[in-house]
Design a protein around this ligand. Sequence first.
Ligand code: CS2
Length: 453
Amino acid sequence: MTTRLSRADTRPIAPVRMLHLGLGNFHRAHQAWFTEHAPDAAEWGYAEFAGRDSALVDELNEQGGAYTLLVRGADGDQPEVIGAISAVHQATDHEAWLNYWVEPELAVITITVTEAGYCRGEDGGLDLADPGVLADLEALRADPRALVGTAPGRLLAGILARAEAGQGAVAVFSCDNLPENGLVAQRVVGDLAAALGPEAVAAVTPHSWVTSMVDRITPRATDEELAAVAELTQRDDRAPVVTEPFVEWVVAGDFPAGRPDWQGVTFVDDVEPFEQRKLWLLNGSHSLMAYAASARGHEAVSDAIGDPVVRGWVEEWWDEAVRHLSLPADHLETYRAALVARFANPNIRHLLAQIAADGSQKVPVRILPTLKAERAAGRSGRGAARVVAAWIRHLRGAGAPVTDAAGDRFVTVVQMEGAEGVRRVLELLDPELGADDGVVELVESLVAELAGA
Ligand code: CS2
């Protein structure tokens, strides 16, 4: 019998100076991995908080926060035990959350709560009609220390506790796949504070909101991979993470209370060119494959990219998207070639169904800027329109199953026959697109074309 992985298998626990909201695989392959490799890692421990209560918290606690990161390249596996996590908490351990926030040493709060976790409404600000948001607002009005459930609510509760304790500014650092993610976090927390009152607004003001582009393909581990970890490490790890060798982090913003000396991170004034490159080229083609390739019977990205028809669609999409990116052409060529190799990695089984989730949050940021820019330039935007068409087919039942926390309004209108259904979906996505007869016609014809593909 193999021994259970434990804290004894890694370095000593570092003092907590960072919090993470949204404990999951991606964070453990990315921000925790960067922290593990910082030369001053011994001074920078993470306290982790789950997005919602989960068995992962218990498993990690039983291992003292230690876990194996299995890096799977096309040519082999490299396991590494990560010790960046000093403490792990359930989402509802709100007392612990608030207690960390009042510590003078606290410096950085990273967030991975997915696109949907920011609870944004149509105007990009906080959706004050969201039942979770309303419940948090009520709770905070009654007692700033009351249990809250949404990410904006939890962040604001922490900030209020820190203000109450008279402690200084920290960096709140978004690591989700959203353009200007730091500003998005600032806006939703600011909107909640504004709804609460001027004192709350004043509590938010001193903090720094850091924006970042994050990248590392990190699918859910399969049972075979769990077994491979045990075989390679001779440890029984119930919470390993499987990821690819590639990793990238581009960051803009201030860290008023310091940060780990992360190596290999690109610090810039403006993340946008990198963010658009990654969101449009990587995530955009991911969404394209999740809808269009799953409808062709493919299960994983590596199968999809090997299908010449799908590859043609991906290239068509990239040809359109790169026209609107500001990075140099040779850089984008290299990036595209690297993406094909990353997608084709036979040792990474990234399920299309996992990527297909929450399309109502993903399609607008990944695809629509290119579609609109192509139309404005007098071109059809066919490659981008194909993704929208494939998503519409997905919502109507083709390919990967529909799981979308905010997708109800789309699922309702998409059932309308023919052009009307397409127009209504486009209107909900963006009124300008819904009013463009050429796009409605194009998307409708692509829906029909995909049905026969
Ligand atoms: C994917 C991303 O699930 C998805 O929507 O497109 O999780 C993607 O794998 C990461 O952003 C890669 O860095």
